[in-house]
Write a protein that binds this ligand. Sequence first.
Ligand SMILES: *Cc1c(COP(=O)(O)O)cnc(C)c1O
Length: 390
Amino acid sequence: MSANTRVEPLLPRFASIESIIERLKPVEPVYVLHPGRFQAAAKRFLDNFPGDTLYAVKANPAPLVLDQVWAAGIRHFDTASLPEIELIRGRFAEAHCHFMAPVRSVGVAKAAFERFGVTDYVVDCDFELDKLLSEVKSPKKLRIFVRIATPLGGALIELSSKFGATQEEGARLLKRVAESGAAPALTFHVGSQCLSPFSYAQAVEMARRTTQMAGVEIAAMDLGGGFPGPYPGNDVPPYHWYFDTIKEALATFGPSHPPVLCEPGRALIAEGVSLVTQVILRKGDNLFLNDGVYGSFDELTLPGWTAHYRHRVHSLDARNRVLTLDGKEKPFRVFGPTCDTLDVLPYPLTLPENIQAGDFIVFEDMGAYSVAIRTAFNGFYPDNWAVVGN
Ligand SMILES: *Cc1c(COP(=O)(O)O)cnc(C)c1O
């Protein structure tokens, strides 16, 4: 695939979401891609992060989304499984894949190295380091990142109780990596939807101390993902605070810091996707939508999750013109389409009082952990796509 391929040619392109509603009157959910928003999100990192930016594929592996990320200039990918590597390399032959998951089934590292030439791996314990070194016989070709745990800090979803060595353990593993002949490196993940730039400074400091303890010069430091999406309900600091804080923290390494990487998922794709849903049924203050928590809304059900999606309601008038419903509002319970009682949004949505069956609810910033986690439970599998703008 060439670098300037944007989207598959057959994907319907529209001037606006309103025209999608007017022309398609979609009775199934539609994911709407906004190329300009993908470009703006990538540019933030490409212009301001002082190292390579990897896209964490798990946040949204839909090929149409990957094409947008690629078109926006991202060339490095955090791939955590063989299928993810196959997906990326099958689509973009020149892509750089980095295997940034700290646990791998037997034979997976060997296949990633031999079949795809992947040379970056993460470990957080002796067992995984031993396995990696036994499967890849040329350690000098490898860069092995030791993942350390970081405090919860400002993230809504912590990612350091499942993975991550203590600083002492990390230092010991770093020494082992160096002794093996591989290039030693460090990584961490401050947690997803991290609302505090300071969490990165704290983690960089932990990484610096771990390096000192090990007495090893590290070949790279990967600052993970966690950069937030702009959801209402969260106090999201301006993005430059993250980059400024990270640069200040890196300055503590002295005149030069190790080469750095980051691996955002959410921050590269959240804003690029809107979702058009339709109200199927209204029963009093209960609404039934054609999408729910088994489809695009799984992330809302996470414990501790406080973010919402921006939304608005459109209606078609008798002459088939799109109106925006913006009258008096009240809270509604919103159910998904499946037969399961649990298929309900975990908080009421505030919507115009006169909303009715047939109306459309458009949700914004839906790119992250929606498409990626949808299921086909009960036969409902949202998979219609359109593009708005260039
Ligand atoms: C999920 C994950 C990411 C992406 O996290 P975001 O919060 O979406 O930025 C990056 N790195 C690793 C190792 C992950 O598991």
